[in-house]
Design a protein. Structure first.
Length: 114
């Protein structure tokens, strides 16, 4: 499982190739996290307070983050609070302080269910 954080922090990165790798949280490990890499991350949410994560198999937590949270739909905001909710998020891996993040840009980067 991986962790995703919903708010706080800034993440930057660049991606040059057009193929986006899909990472399954149930089989991923810390080695799957490459800062600046754009990926589709699939797993179930772990909610801690106001933050949402996807947790990798080895316990590595990836926080979901967007700098555009005010522009995210109410439906997505509500879904991000549901522990165990299945999600595929398209975004870029980054770090804020010691927190591993996947930063997404828009509503359509969050796909609920399988």
């Amino acid at each position: 499982y991986a962790d995703i954080v919903v708010n706080g922090g800034t993440s930057t990165g660049t991606q040059t190739n057009t193929t986006i790798e899909t990472i399954e949280a149930s089989t991923a490990t810390a080695a799957s996290f490459v800062e600046g890499k754009k990926v589709k991350l699939h797993g179930n949410l772990t909610v801690e307070g106001s933050r949402s994560y996807i947790v990798f198999r080895d316990g590595t937590k990836i926080q979901l983050y967007t700098k555009n949270f005010k522009n995210i739909s109410k439906e997505n905001k509500d879904n991000l609070k549901v522990n165990g909710k299945e999600l595929t998020v398209t975004g870029t891996f980054g770090k804020h302080n010691n927190t591993l993040q996947i930063s997404y840009e828009r509503d359509s980067d969050l796909v609920w269910g399988s």
